[in-house]
Design a protein around this ligand. Sequence first.
Ligand SMILES: Cc1cc2nc3c(=O)[nH]c(=O)nc-3n(C[C@H](O)[C@H](O)[C@H](O)COP(=O)(O)OP(=O)(O)OC[C@H]3O[C@@H](n4cnc5c(N)ncnc54)[C@H](O)[C@@H]3O)c2cc1C
Length: 488
Amino acid sequence: MPSLPSTADIVVAGGGPAGATIARLLAGLGFHVVVYEKRAFPRHQIGESLTPQVLPLLDFLGVRARVEAAGFLRMVGHTVCWGSDQPRTSYYSSDHSRQGLQVWRAEFDALLLDHARAGGAAVYERQLVKDVHFHDAGVTVHTGHGYTDARFFIDATGRAGVLARRELRQRDPVFQTLAVSGYWQNAAGPTGVDFANTILETYSDGLVWSVPLHNSLRNVTFLVDWQLGSHIRRSGLSTFYREQVARTPHVAGFLRHAQLALGPWAFDATWHTAITFADKQFLLIGDAGMFVDPLSSEGVHKAMASAITGAAVVNTILRRPAMTAHALQFYDESQRSTYDLHYQQSAQYYQEEQRWPDAPFWQQRATSHEPRVTSHEPRTTSTTVSHIALAPETTIALRPAIEGPFVELREAMVTPSYPRGLRFLERVCLPPLLRAVQEHGALERVMRAYLHTPEGRGCPPEAVRQVLARLYQDGALTATAPDESQSD
Ligand SMILES: Cc1cc2nc3c(=O)[nH]c(=O)nc-3n(C[C@H](O)[C@H](O)[C@H](O)COP(=O)(O)OP(=O)(O)OC[C@H]3O[C@@H](n4cnc5c(N)ncnc54)[C@H](O)[C@@H]3O)c2cc1C
């Protein structure tokens, strides 16, 4: 067993996608980063379906080519039996050029952790973080084999949440979910749809989610209500799992000649969020901070995105302490808004399944939410609008934003729909555009004025026109009568 470093700038607990991503970025910024991972990699992890949104994050980390070379299956969309027996396929793009990946997580996660190591992070496997002690001088992290004093601690231990579970975690009362999962060999795959697509099928007690993998296994996972745990204890996990397969005709159909190769296992898949995501000495990233519906296939994306934001936040706290409060506010708000967005999207999705209104799984998830309310009725674009002004609640204000590796204060448009501020829309910089609106009013003059600003130079005029139309539709701008006081 290698001896552990007695000091470090930053200790990251957990070497999954979140921990590996933040370790790589912070080591690249010149910090002495130590990662303690309790298991030996490659290790199994569920969560194979990566939507196309993950690819830009892999680009940002400089690891996309290695991931693509691993030979994981590429999927062009997902096929669902949701609200009806008839399968429906949605594609990420109509020409199938946008593709996601079905990754074998043991391989994918090991690749990311190697990338962190290659970028200068000191990674120690088989090191369980047992305790974290905060004091004036920093933080002391205890593993079973020693301890390390550091300036900052990052909890990336996933659902285990070594720090998060110390009264920072809030379990969701609605999405109390149990996942029961197994891997099959010789599964035929659905007929009439792209083989690599993610398959979803609902039934009265929950839903089944299935993805094929490049190692010829197929993951078949059921999400059911937490309450069914007692039923599982009575009947046994294997019996319960096979019973569920028999109740989902599409999935049962393509498993007819298949054999269960791994599992079944049961996991707690209840949603959670955090009371506090960050402090001047710690950060919760990935599943340690929040866990949303596995059905969204967004867990890895969300984990890596929180790590990328988190790296700028930690860099700011350690190198520009005067900005700590803004950095913490920025991180906290970004995590909360991600959670809220997932919550609203899932609630709407569950409401679309109306076939079993009395079944507890569906009743609970469909009725405990109000549909998402926007703060105003979207307007239709009127071709007759020639003069515009800022709506009364639209302002330009300083808001924390990521600029390179730091959190800085930057001007942004603030409206009731964007209380955290929005600086760019379709690459159009909103503060100078809104100033042009305040100054000129007349649409054509607003456009010309913006195109002469440093931010607007070279921007296609049609893009500016479309952004103005969007702002008008969203209620950030209003139509006005021509005003002679404006320089029109
Ligand atoms: C049933 C199910 C299906 C899912 N499907 C998908 C999907 O299709 N697509 C998707 O994107 N996401 C999916 N997810 C979610 C996804 O798996 C997670 O969001 C993702 O793994 C989070 O990454 P992470 O790095 O935060 O945590 P993890 O991947 O959990 O990594 C945490 C690491 O911390 C280590 N660790 C734990 N405790 C300690 C400790 N005390 N000390 C040191 N190390 C520790 C663990 O060994 C682990 O390696 C699914 C989740 C479930 C439950």
